[in-house]
Write a protein that binds this ligand. Structure first.
Ligand SMILES: NC(=O)c1ccc[n+]([C@@H]2O[C@H](COP(=O)([O-])OP(=O)(O)OC[C@H]3O[C@@H](n4cnc5c(N)ncnc54)[C@H](O)[C@@H]3O)[C@@H](O)[C@H]2O)c1
Length: 216
């Protein structure tokens, strides 16, 4: 909400499109934003980002309502390595769908100013690569990679679309509530729960001992 408020305060022209698969929370947020910031400043479009047609529909609705699109925030995500194929579909494919649609069509064609921006949401998990969340960490590392590749100077010179990435640390959001070890890909990965990332700092004793055994 604070981020959106900052966007609204930049200009009366700005509007926000909430493209999310959660219809109940999406509609509630749409109502709250319109009540607080004025009629028609937000719309909700039910979207599963893992489906490129639905993602494209969200862009089409944006253009239908507001004529323009200047910023895409690739925010949708789940954290559940026990359903890793779905995690890849949403977090990785979804992000790629946003980049393809944004770079090749919508931000290229429908932006209002000279530049447009795509913000990918990675995570500290993409930097540290924690052992207890192997798939989630791999995806978040890939998001850093795709930001560097799609955001390279040659693409920017051509598209004038800045592709940037944020890697937040643990934040108290619905994603982090009810996060049970059972959601991890397999029980024994939870042993590294107290440990740290690939650089080894803080790695727990069990893992250190196992590494020693393997080194011999
Ligand atoms: N909370 C954290 O500690 C943390 C840390 C680093 C990065 N992140 C990343 O931040 C982003 C936002 O997460 P959050 O913490 O605000 O959690 P959140 O659960 O509040 O938000 C995620 C949103 O994605 C939506 N979503 C899930 N699957 C979708 C799909 N298939 N299509 C469209 N929408 C879908 C959910 O409905 C939800 O509204 C995620 O990419 C997450 O990986 C979160």
């Amino acid at each position: 909400m604070e981020t959106i408020e900052r966007i609204y305060n930049q200009s009366e022209k700005w509007a926000v499109v909430l493209a999310d698969c959660d219809e109940e929370r999406g509609k509630e947020s749409e109502k709250k934003l319109n009540e607080r910031f004025g009629e028609s400043r937000a719309i909700f479009v039910k979207t599963d980002v893992s489906n490129i047609d639905e993602f494209e529909n969200a862009f089409n609705e944006t253009i239908k309502h507001y004529d323009h699109v200047d910023i895409l925030i690739n925010n949708a995500g789940i954290l559940d390595d026990s359903i890793w194929e779905r995690e890849i579909s949403v977090n990785l494919n979804g992000n790629i769908h946003g980049l393809i649609l944004g770079m090749e069509k919508f931000l290229k064609t429908y932006r209002q100013s000279e530049e447009a921006v795509i913000v990918n949401i990675s995570s500290v998990c993409g930097i540290e690569c924690y052992g207890f969340l192997p798939v989630y960490c791999s995806i978040k590392l890939a998001i850093i990679g795709m930001t560097r590749a799609w955001g390279c100077p040659a693409h920017y010179e051509d598209s004038k679309i800045r592709v940037i990435c944020l890697s937040p640390g643990a934040t108290d959001t619905p994603m982090m509530q009810n996060l049970e070890p059972v959601r991890l890909i397999a029980g024994h990965y939870a042993n590294t729960r107290a440990g740290c990332g690939s650089r080894g700092a803080g790695t727990n004793n069990k893992v250190r001992q196992k590494r020693k055994r393997l080194d011999r």
